[in-house]
Design a binder for this molecule. Structure first.
Ligand SMILES: C[S@@+](CC[C@H](N)C(=O)[O-])C[C@H]1O[C@@H](n2cnc3c(N)ncnc32)[C@H](O)[C@@H]1O
Length: 229
């Protein structure tokens, strides 16, 4: 990820699978963690929106990918999660973050997209609420308000989220709903499509379901980059 003159080479594409967890000197996060974020997504945001020594916060940091990328890139980092997977992650509910107003240089968050994935048995996990329920959006709005409060003016949050499809409920544009909510607090910088090119199960069950129930295999997630003004 470095050019010959040692300047970082920005990755201009937005592929979900580039580069996986293992670029650079060390492993980032845990590729086996349900819902892990590819390290390259966070790396790209650090290069574009932060400098060495800046403080980065991930309020829902799962297997700790953000922590590992920030440490390797010389950024200060605090990673929270409702159900910490390792000692470097602080147990905390993202709806109340124990940091001062206007104190953080960048926030990265890959939130639950509904109840499609089991992260933990913790009762306060927002990933236990279906995207079919209004509560889901209300709880994530509390997270957005906290992010807005702790972020310094002019700094950005990168928020990853995907959409929802079930045979009973049909399609729910979770990403667009979250974007609309974020727009109440932040100014848009960019909307990125993270392409999950090779993310398929071995059994081709989703291909079969897509044919049976007549829906597209969308295969992407959103990365909303929003600025506090
Ligand atoms: C998509 S995963 C994050 C993946 C992470 N970026 C990684 O690379 O491993 C979403 C995380 O949100 C956490 N979470 C859910 N509800 C939460 C809450 N109320 N407060 C803090 N974390 C929460 C889950 O425990 C889960 O680890």
């Amino acid at each position: 990820m470095k050019s010959q003159n040692d300047k970082p080479v920005l990755e201009p594409t937005t592929l979900w699978d580039f580069p996986k967890q293992s670029y650079g000197n060390t492993q980032k996060g845990d590729w086996k963690f349900n819902g892990v974020t590819p390290a390259g997504v966070i790396w790209n945001m650090l290069q574009r929106y932060t400098k060495v020594g800046d403080l980065i916060v991930d309020p829902m940091c799962g297997s700790g990918t953000t922590i590992d990328v920030c440490k390797e890139e010389g950024r200060k980092v605090i990673g929270y999660d409702i159900a910490p997977t390792r000692p470097s992650i602080i147990q905390n509910d993202a709806r109340k973050i124990p940091l001062d107003d206007n104190s953080v240089d960048m926030i990265f968050v890959d939130s639950p997209y509904g109840d499609n994935v089991t992260y933990s048995s913790h009762l306060d996990c927002i990933g236990k609420i279906s995207a079919e329920k209004e509560d889901f959006y209300q709880e994530l709005e509390k997270v957005a308000k906290e992010i807005h409060r702790i972020l310094k003016e002019g700094k950005v949050v990168g928020w990853v989220i995907g959409d929802h499809w079930r045979s009973k409920s049909g399609f729910i544009p979770v990403g667009i709903r979250i974007y609309q909510m974020l727009e109440k607090y932040f100014e848009p910088v960019d909307v990125i499509c993270l392409i999950r090119r090779h993310q398929r199960s071995n059994t081709n069950v989703w291909e079969q379901r897509a044919i049976q129930y007549n829906f597209y295999l969308r295969g992407f997630k959103y990365l909303f980059i929003m600025r506090k003004v």
